[in-house]
Structures are given as C-alpha cells and as structure tokens.
Design a protein around this ligand. Structure first.
Ligand code: CMP
Length: 148
C-alpha cells in the first residue's frame, strides 16, 4: 500500500468542490488516513513549491495558493500516487481528459483545483510538510480485501 499527499486548492474550496473531490477518491477505493484545512502562509507555500522558484508563474502561484483556505489529505491505497494523478488529469485543465477532476471541473493552469505528489519521495516530503505521524490514522476499511 502506498501513501500520497493531496491538496484541494483555494478554488476547490471556494467553489464548494471539496465533497466532490473526496467522493471521487473514496469511490476509487483510496483510504482517507489524514485530513485538515488551513490557509497557507507564504512560508508554507514557498516550502511546498520551492522547486518552482524562479519560474515565470512562481510568484502568482504562491499568491494564489495563499489566497484562501485549502484542504490537505493523505490517501492510502494500491498505487495511490499514480491513481490520484490519473484522477486529477493534466496540469492545465484545458488539456485534462474528460472524466478527470481537472477535465470535468477545472478552469486553467493555475486554477486547477487540486495538487498531488508526483512520486514516492515527493509524497513523503509533502506529507511531512503538513502532518505529524500521530495525525495520520491507522485503521482497516471493511472492504479492504477488495482493494488490493
Ligand atoms: P500543481 O500540481 O499544484 O504543481 C505546481 C503548480 O504550478 C501546478 O499545479 C499549476 O497549478 C501551477 N502551474 C504550472 N504551470 C503553470 C503556468 N504556466 N502558469 C500558471 N500556473 C502554473
């Protein structure tokens, strides 16, 4: 079982799409093992998106991600990182396939509703940015044997 980090961005919260995103992850068979809501500080945003520093959209990205509340999740499941990235679709919503969160609901490159880790090391780093180990809950889903 693999863990991944997801953030529902200010446009997702502001448009009332938190429940829609959670419904899709749960329906896919991913297990929600941590969840919180917070408005990010500039320092948190810079820590999160440090790899994009220097890119043309970096300042705008930090301004956008700190502009309103966000929701942080840790999801667990078989191939969770790849599953969630598939569910999110291409970064630019205009290129995202219909049936993905961004393809169905998103608007642009920046207002793309959701962020997810792109690999195991990123997942570990991003989970640790937002959650302590004791905020991550360990439990068995009754349907677990169907999700392997
Ligand atoms: P995310 O998965 O959160 O990771 C980095 C974010 O930068 C990405 O989603 C986009 O929202 C944003 N991004 C990437 N490219 C651009 C761009 N050309 N213009 C604006 N935002 C971008």
């Amino acid at each position: 079982m693999e863990r991944t980090f997801v953030m529902i961005k200010p446009d997702g919260v502001g448009r009332g799409l938190v429940g829609e995103c959670l419904r899709r992850y749960e329906n896919r068979g991913l297990k929600l093992i941590a969840l919180k809501m917070q408005q990010l500080s500039s320092e948190q945003a810079e820590r999160h998106y440090g790899e994009h520093k220097g890119k043309s959209f970096y300042e705008e990205l930090v301004a956008f991600i700190t502009s309103g509340p966000t929701v942080q999740l840790v999801l667990e499941g078989k191939d969770a990182i790849a599953q969630v990235r598939k569910m999110h679709g291409a970064t630019n919503c205009l290129d995202a396939a219909v049936g993905t969160i961004r393809g169905d609901l998103g608007l642009s490159n920046q207002k793309n509703l959701v962020h997810a880790s792109d690999g195991p090391e990123t997942a570990q780093r991003e989970i640790a940015l937002y959650f302590t180990e004791d905020e991550i809950v360990s439990y068995e889903l009754p349907v677990a044997s169907w999700l392997q």
